[in-house]
Design a protein around this ligand. Structure first.
Ligand code: KPL
Length: 301
């Protein structure tokens, strides 16, 4: 299958690298300059808990490409720009594997082809241009945006699983997306603000904060008619933190490299939806305020 990965940072390079290791796949990574040129010159090394050295095509220019499948792994705030770029090319299927909510809708509004929803809980870090480390085996969950069975999702699920990615094809994607939101709401801002690895949210004193953020997210989900129990949200957050205990969350990576974070699409999204529903989410509100204040301070907001 011909596959283009849009936004091949840490997670996109990991997914693209694993897919490229299957001989039947031809993968193009759309990435930032130093990473794209390193992959072009010496290939992509996947190390850590998954290992491969492969030679996918890499480019910084995603305009006008054609493929069977486009996998979108850009930051949530870049989804609209990615959708515009994707619209200049031609794809049979687009799959969003991003943090935050609403990415699939943004893509579907701009594109004529089917758009699938997805989440990933693998730990991944770009160690240097051309080298991505898998720091925790998680899974990829994908399916129809509105839920229900989808033959396209089954096909893409088989493709991912055959390449060696832990994959679940889900028929309840709206709930799965909220569950992953609870995971990110609990882990990302807490580890970014405290400069700790994901496992820190399992120990005092950060554990109460992470659990409260996940609990609040589940309450907001339920108020939006998504059946996510508090127990399931907290258990999922803790299980991902355990599986990726030594990983640097994507938000901590952003803070360490002084880049804009996904706070608006994660804790900020929980706050916005809570306001609409007339609910209080004090932990998510404080985490959002602190990260936004940091972003302002370093001039990325
Ligand atoms: O999605 C992630 C992220 O860092 O954004 C997790 C699953 C928490 C892995 O670190």
């Amino acid at each position: 299958m011909e596959i283009v990965v849009f936004g091949a940072g840490s997670l996109g390079s990991l997914i693209g690298g694993v897919l490229a290791s299957a001989p039947s796949n031809e993968v193009t990574l759309v990435a930032r300059a130093p990473h794209a040129s390193a992959v072009g010159e010496t290939g992509l090394e996947v190390r850590g808990e998954l290992e491969a050295t492969i030679n996918p095509t890499a480019t910084t220019d995603g305009r006008g490409l054609e493929a069977d499948l486009a996998i979108v792994t850009v930051k949530a705030f870049d989804t609209a720009a990615a959708a515009e770029t994707l619209a200049t090319g031609s794809y049979d299927i687009v799959l969003s594997v991003q943090n935050g909510m609403g990415n699939e809708e943004t893509l579907a509004d701009a594109l004529a082809c089917p758009v699938l929803a997805g989440t990933a809980s693998y730990g991944a870090i770009l160690q240097e241009p051309g080298v991505v480390e898998c720091t925790g085996i998680g899974d990829v969950v994908l399916g129809a945006r509105a839920g229900g069975r989808s033959e396209l999702a089954d096909r893409i699920g088989d493709l991912f699983a055959a390449a060696g990615l832990e994959t679940t094809v889900a028929t309840d994607m709206p709930r799965r997306l909220w569950e992953k939101l609870a995971v990110n709401a609990g882990i990302n801002a807490v580890t970014a603000l405290t400069n700790t690895e994901n496992g820190a949210v399992l120990e005092p004193p950060a554990d109460t904060l992470a659990r409260a953020a996940a609990r609040e997210t589940a309450r907001v989900a339920r108020s939006c008619d998504v059946s996510l129990s508090t127990r399931a949200a907290v258990a999922s957050m803790e299980s991902v933190a355990t599986d990726t205990a030594t990983n640097t969350s994507s938000m901590r990576q952003d803070v360490l490299t002084e880049r804009r974070t996904e706070i608006d699409a994660i804790n900020g999204y929980v706050v916005d939806r809570a306001v609409q529903q007339g609910l209080e989410v004090p932990t998510n509100r404080i985490l959002t305020t602190l990260v936004r204040t940091w972003e302002r301070g370093v001039g990325v907001r």
